[in-house]
Structures are given as structure tokens and as C-alpha cells.
Design a protein around this ligand. Structure first.
Ligand code: HEM
Length: 394
């Protein structure tokens, strides 16, 4: 049997991910060719090993920004994921200080206020869209707050997410006037902060005061990383939120169960990250000629690292295709990646998802799907489809 898999098939947004095909691939051809000449890794053990081996495999987000690969991109435009060690670890500390667990704690009550405010607005309508009215604005508003930016900035984050410019870099063909709008915005802010005797924004201060080999970061390096925070933190969390709210809408029994036992909400969020991974795959390239699972790979070969498939690997999970709240170790999944590049925004994303669900369950008696309406597949996070619902307050 010779199988192939195209993780970029646009039909998946409409029809859903073909998990039966992934099951076959794991069983018969776990390292499977893709139409673009890459290899798709489908098993947990291979995905996990590649995440851990940062000397053997490097990340390259060139193609998702309209470019062929990092070799064509100036180094000051390399996102955190693409920066090799030891600079990666040092740069990553700046990210952790900007929005890690301590910062998430500080803004916990803001996240709740955001969710409550959005629900208030949805309750004024006969029919609400849980996507545009709830899942989409939460991460943008929270991200603006985390970065100490005005609330209105969140509208810009959503605009750049919709128009796709968030996924470009200065080097991407056709980008005008020289850099994407998000970077123009951060450059202007950076200049404002630099003009002050002491920066009054904690994130800009962290980046302006950082030293690598005794030298400060260049402007382009700083705005590249601020841009990446938005790119990495807004789309992805929207995906998670879409999945948790849509499943609650589609499954009234689950709604009731979580309402009666809110201690299950964090478990619900973890099972969503496993079963409906918002990031379905990431890329790596081989740093040198190597062999995985008996397949010889030349230096720079592209790998599609199949998080979605690994998270349903039957060698690790009992009954992996089922959505269950009784798994022995709910956090045992690769939804946030693994190894030294594991997501530094995981605490923040979990806090947003748990709070968003808590607010719906505590204030609503039920949510009803609309007869005749069409709903996106789960997982289907990267589409912008509506999730229409009738919300009944308690
Ligand atoms: C549910 C929401 C999220 C999911 C599913 C998610 C998923 C991931 C995954 C799978 C990776 C690993 C990428 C790789 O190894 O190639 C990653 C890395 C990253 N994530 Fe997240 N993420 C989420 C939310 C966030 C948030 C809220 C932020 C920022 C506030 C963020 C910032 C980052 C950054 C900066 C990296 C790169 C880390 C590194 O290379 O060291 N993410 N994320």
C-alpha cells in the first residue's frame, strides 16, 4: 500500500480532517510523503522525538509567510521558532517574562471581564455568532492587554488576522510599504517608547533592555518578535476557543455535566487540545542527512510534524478517536508542541479557554443550535465560519 497525505488540503476547512485516513497512515505508512515533497510524521513517538532534537531538526515558517524557506529570509526577520540555539533560549526568556504564568495571573480578572462583557452583548441579540461575538475577540483583547496596548489595538489584530497580513513578513512578495501593517504599528510604538526617558510599557522595556553578547537588539529584531507574539497567540487561541464553545453548543449533555461539575472544565480544555488540536501540524527541516523510521532524508528535507495525528495515536491513547473526560493524564498531548520550543503561551491560552467556558456555563441555562444552519467541522479552527446560537440565560 502506498499512501500520501496533504496536510494543506483546503477541503479540510469545509469537510473536516480525514482522521480515518490518518489512522490508516499511522498503521501502514507512519512516515508518509506529501504532494510537495515533504514527509508527514504521524506517530506520537516520531513527532515527540523531532520536537526534542533541536540540533537535528530546525523550524522554518517560510512557507506560511509566502516564502520558500529561512535561507531566503534576512536573519532579523526570523521568528523565535526559527532562531537557532543558544540565541533561541535567550530570546525565549524575553517572551516568558512578557506573557508567561506570572503575567497570566495578573490579568486573570481582566480575562473574566472580557468574557462577561462579550456575553452581555451577545445576550442582547436573538441569535448570536459564537465565533465573531466570543471566540474571536477574546484572544485579541487579551493579547492587547498583555502587551500593555490600548484596547482598540485588538480591532487591528483581528483586521490583520482577517486580511492575512499577519502571515507576511517584510520579505514576503507584494508587501507594502516595506513591512506588514503589524510591524509598522510596532515600529511606531518602539520609537515612542525609545523617546521616553524610561519606557513605560513593560514588554517594550524588556526588549529594549535585552543584551545579547553585550549588544542591544536591532529595531527589526524587536518588531519581528512582537509581530510573532500576535501571529502565534491570536489565531491559535481563537481555534481553541472555537472548539470549546462549539462542542458545548452541539452537546447539551456535556454542557449540563460541566455545569454540574466545573472542576471538569480544565480537563475538557485539555481533551479539546488533544482531540481537536488547534495547531494540526508544524514544520521542521533536517539539519543534516538523517534517517527516520527507515527512510533516508537529505539535509534540509521538509517534515510536516503531525500533531493532530500524534494526539490520536492508538499506541498511547485508549480509544483515541473518542472525546473523553476520564483520561488518566489529560495533559499528556502535543497540542502545544514539545521540547525546547514548547508553546510559551500555553498558560495564557488555557486560562482564556477555561474562563470562556466558565462564564458561559455559569450564566447560561442552555445554548441552542439553529435548525437548518450549517456549522464548521470540529476541528476546523482556521476557517472564519459562523457558529450561530440561541443563548438562554439562567
Ligand atoms: C490554544 C492556543 C495555542 C496553541 C494550540 C499553540 C500551539 C503552539 C505550538 C504547537 C507551538 C510549537 C511550534 C513548533 O514547535 O514549531 C507553539 C509555539 C509558540 N507559541 Fe503557542 N499556541 C497557543 C497559544 C499561544 C499564545 C497565547 C502565545 C502568546 C501569547 C503563543 C506563543 C507561542 C510562541 C512565541 C511559540 C514559539 C516558541 C519557541 O519557538 O520557542 N502561543 N505554540
Amino acid at each position: 500500500m502506498s499512501l500520501s497525505y496533504n496536510p494543506h488540503d483546503p477541503a479540510f476547512l469545509i469537510d473536516g480532517i480525514p482522521f480515518e485516513q490518518l489512522q490508516k497512515i499511522r498503521a501502514h505508512q507512519p512516515i508518509c510523503p506529501t504532494p510537495t515533497g515533504a514527509w508527514y510524521l504521524s506517530r506520537f513517538s516520531d513527532v515527540d522525538a523531532v520536537f526534542r532534537d533541536v540540533e537535528g531538526y530546525y523550524a522554518d515558517l517560510g512557507p506560511i509567510t509566502g516564502l520558500s524557506g529561512v535561507e531566503t529570509i534576512p536573519r532579523d526577520q526570523w521568528f523565535l521558532s526559527e532562531i537557532p540555539e543558544p540565541k533561541h533560549a535567550a530570546m525565549r526568556r524575553l517572551f516568558n517574562t512578557s506573557f508567561g504564568p506570572h503575567r497570566t495571573k495578573e490579568i486573570a480578572s481582566y480575562i473574566r471581564t472580557v468574557c462577561d462583557g462579550l456575553l452581555d452583548r451577545m445576550l442582547e441579540q436573538d441569535v448570536s455568532d459564537l465565533h465573531v461575538g466570543y471566540a474571536m475577540p477574546i484572544p485579541s483583547l487579551v493579547m492587547a492587554n498583555v502587551l500593555g496596548l490600548p484596547e482598540s489595538t485588538s480591532d487591528l489584530f483581528m483586521e490583520w488576522s482577517f486580511d492575512g497580513s499577519l502571515m507576511t513578513r517584510p520579505e514576503t512578495p507584494g508587501v507594502k510599504p516595506g513591512r506588514p501593517a503589524v510591524e509598522e504599528y510596532f515600529l511606531a510604538k518602539l520609537n515612542e517608547q525609545r523617546a521616553l526617558a524610561e519606557p513605560d510599557n513593560h514588554v517594550f522595556k524588556i526588549f529594549l533592555e535585552a543584551r545579547f553578547d553585550n549588544a542591544p537588539l536591532e529595531d527589526q529584531e524587536i518588531i519581528t518578535q512582537l509581530h510573532f507574539m500576535i501571529q502565534a497567540g491570536v489565531h491559535t487561541t481563537r481555534g481553541l476557543l472555537v472548539h470549546v464553545v462549539q462542542r458545548l453548543l452541539e452537546d447539551p449533555e456535556l454542557f449540563e455535566r460541566l455545569h454540574n461539575d466545573p472542576s471538569l472544565i480544565p480537563v475538557y480544555v485539555e481533551e479539546t487540545l488533544r482531540h481537536d488540536s488547534p495547531v494540526q501540524r508544524v514544520t521542521r527541516r533536517c539539519a543534516h542527512a538523517t534517517e527516520i523510521g527507515g527512510i533516508t532524508m537529505a539535509k534540509d528535507t521538509w517534515l510536516e510534524v503531525g500533531i493532530a495525528s500524534a494526539n490520536r495515536d492508538e499506541s498511547l491513547y485508549e480509544d483515541p478517536e473518542s472525546f473523553r473526560l476520564d483520561r488518566p493524564n489529560p495533559k499528556n498531548h502535543l497540542g502545544f508542541g514539545g521540547g525546547p520550543h514548547i508553546c510559551p503561551g500555553a498558560t495564557l491560552a488555557r486560562a482564556e479557554a477555561v474562563t470562556a467556558v466558565e462564564v458561559l456555563l455559569s450564566r447560561l441555562h442552555s445554548m441552542e443550535m439553529l435548525p437548518g444552519a450549517s456549522y464548521p467541522p470540529i476541528p476546523g479552527s482556521l476557517s472564519h465560519q459562523e457558529i450561530p446560537a440561541r443563548l438562554n440565560p439562567r
